[in-house]
Design a protein around this ligand. Structure first.
Ligand SMILES: O=P(O)(O)OC[C@H]1O[C@H](OP(=O)(O)OP(=O)(O)O)[C@H](O)[C@@H]1O
Ligand SMILES: NC(=O)CC[C@H](N)C(=O)O
Ligand code: SF4
Ligand SMILES: [Mg+2]
Length: 567
């Protein structure tokens, strides 16, 4: 059963004007900035339930799964892994906006499986459906019929801040004094706690424990005019990673943080509709042609007059996440202007050139090790074979009811092919080692299947630090490469040899573009100081909000158990 919430928010602002900080050549430098006309108030509440809001917000929360009020067990996921991030999509000017959004979210499902949502604009009203679980769990024909309109934004979530619970599922929608606004965010704000504390001091009441909500409050209290400059004003107060899409009654706005940590690309459909998505694979699915990336620090505003570009405050140089190429993005996507497939293949080729070994067969750890293994095999001139079969019924998250059963995790997901492995010297290529769980189990499985030698090749440098920019890696103490040398890891996983992709070779491959990438989880050099973020530990969920319990979600057929929250 769906619940309908009429949520109203108000804010006030005092008179002020705001000019764009940097103007794009296509943007009129004479853009009018008018004084704000609202009532000045001291410490104005940015959220008010007795508001004189102009436009109501219609929110439908999918109740096919448990509600926020039903505090129960916690969502158990595979915390060994660098987990996926979020995916965002935005569509302007297509009568099938919500259906296209739904399809695009399917293409981005690998980026987040905790929750999904779509917001559309219909007759000047923002309508929202969000729910926990996969896109296919949350939406069906009937739900999509409830989302008419020719503009939409959508989100698939994997939490980085704020627990896994329905109220944190995006897009978020709020009504404020001048209208309504929806937002979908991929990334993580490293100054969220400070921002929230300040906003709360000034009277803001938060509805969620997600970092993303802060931007809505900042927009509501901004004194900038016209509207999109409120978004610019708010974003300039954010630190960390944000690729976001905003939807209002009239506009679709896409923003990428100045470092461009997370991807965001713009496309166009043949009917002229403008589309934004985290990865190009989403554009391909809905037959939109890639126009270009949203540049780091850029704000793109789409309305009936076309597309305008604006920039946030200047910044030294982009720091795009190299891990998108190593693990997160799909190989059929082009991310940061590079084909993910070609990157991974090149990583494998470099490994073959720099860490050769006599072998009979090259195999991959599916899925994300596959393309690098193809590169390794081609360069080494050794046959590639499918030595491990992946079960498609076990996702990137699975049941972990106890340590004993947890050991079955890898076995459940990956099965060795004796016909390929028996009596062979095997090179096994994977994209990364996080805690070493997968590698150690795989080496054992392959030996049990009769392999004579097992040589692990890892298509990324050793991960020594946590990510604070939208990827949910374990804390650094839990990262095996933070505690052990490559030789010690080789002993730990029981392989005959082990080699990682050297960071220098990775940077050499990227050439002059190399300085535009973030390598912090390999180098420990963080482009934006993660001063207030604590990373989740294995088995933990972090309750960082003041909104009560971290409620569970039930999704994807995973099992649940109670977990303790660390403060
Ligand atoms: O060292 P560990 O802690 O075991 O983590 C590393 C493994 O986790 C990831 O795979 P994952 O199973 O998440 O997804 P995939 O099927 O997309 O490769 C990654 O590709 C490695 O295989
Ligand atoms: N992985 C992400 O991009 C998460 C977005 C946001 N920080 C959240 O936790 O919902
Ligand atoms: S720390 Fe690692 S995972 Fe995080 S943005 Fe930088 S390269 Fe990507
Ligand atoms: Mg893997």
């Amino acid at each position: 059963m769906a619940v309908i919430t009429l949520s109203t928010l108000s804010s006030s602002c005092s008179s002020s004007t705001r000019k764009p900080s940097i103007l794009c050549p296509h943007y009129p430098s004479s853009y009018p900035t008018a004084p704000c006309f609202s009532l000045p108030r001291k410490n104005p509440p940015s959220l008010c339930l007795h508001s004189d809001t102009l436009k109501p917000v219609l929110t439908l929360s999918s109740k096919s799964l448990m509600s926020d009020e039903q505090h129960s067990d916690c969502h158990v996921t595979d915390y060994d892994k660098p987990r996926e991030e979020c995916g965002v999509v935005g569509i302007y000017g297509d009568p099938e906006a919500s259906r296209l959004c739904y399809l695009a979210l399917h293409a981005l499902q690998h980026r987040g499986q905790e929750g999904a949502g779509i917001v559309t604009v219909n007759n000047g009203v923002l309508q929202s459906i969000t729910g926990v679980g996969l896109v296919s769990d949350v939406f069906n024909e009937t739900k999509l019929d409830q989302l008419p309109g020719d503009s939409a934004i959508g989100h698939v979530r994997y939490s980085t801040a704020g627990a896994s619970m329905l109220k944190n599922v995006q897009p978020f929608v709020a009504g404020y004094r001048f209208g309504s606004i929806g937002v979908a965010h991929n990334g993580n704000l490293v100054n969220y706690k400070a921002l929230r504390a300040k906003l709360e001091d000034n009277g803001s009441i938060f509805n969620t424990s997600s970092d993303t909500e802060a931007v809505l409050h900042l927009i509501a209290i901004s004194k900038a005019r016209p509207f999109f400059l409120r978004i610019v004003d708010a974003c300039e107060k954010l630190e960390g990673a944000y690729s976001m899409v905003f939807l209002t009654e009239e506009k679709l706005v896409a923003v990428r943080d100045p470092f461009g940590f997370r991807p965001l690309v713009m496309g166009r459909r043949s009917n002229g509709a403008i589309v934004f998505a985290s990865e190009t694979c989403a554009l391909d699915l809905i037959e939109a042609t890639v126009v270009r990336e949203v540049h780091p620090g850029e704000v793109l505003i789409v309305d009936k007059d076309g597309v305008k570009s604006q920039y946030l405050m200047p910044h030294p140089e982009p720091k795009q996440c190299i891990f998108e190429h190593i693990y997160f993005a799909l190989p059929n996507s082009v991310v940061f202007g590079r084909s993910v497939y070609e990157s991974r293949r090149a990583f494998g080729e470099i490994l073959a050139a720099e860490a050769p070994v006599d072998c009979d067969v090259v195999i991959a750890v599916p899925d994300s090790g596959l393309v690098a293994a193809l590169g390794y095999a081609a360069k080494a001139g050794v046959p590639f074979q499918q030595g491990l079969i992946r079960s498609h019924y076990v996702g990137r998250t699975f049941i972990e009811p106890s340590q004993k059963i947890r050991d079955f995790g890898v076995k459940l997901k990956l099965a060795p092919v004796r016909a390929v492995l028996e009596g062979k010297r095997v090179v096994v290529v994977d994209d990364s080692i996080v805690r070493g769980t997968t590698s150690s189990k795989i080496v054992r499985l392959i030996r049990e299947a009769g392999a004579k030698e097992v040589h692990m090749r890892i298509a990324s440098p050793p991960i020594i630090g946590s990510c604070y920019y939208g990827v949910d890696t374990p804390s650094s103490q839990e990262l095996i490469s933070n505690r052990m040398t490559a030789d010690q890891i080789k002993e730990f996983i029981g392989s005959d040899s082990l080699a990682f992709l050297p960071i220098e070779s990775l940077q050499k491959l990227l050439g002059s573009d190399s300085r535009n990438y973030c390598y912090a989880c390999f180098s420990g050099k963080y482009p934006v100081e993660p001063r207030e973020i604590r990373v989740k530990r294995g088995g933990d969920l972090v309750e960082d909000g003041l909104n009560g319990h971290s409620d569970s979600i039930k999704s994807m057929g995973v099992s649940f158990k109670s977990l303790e929250f660390r403060k």
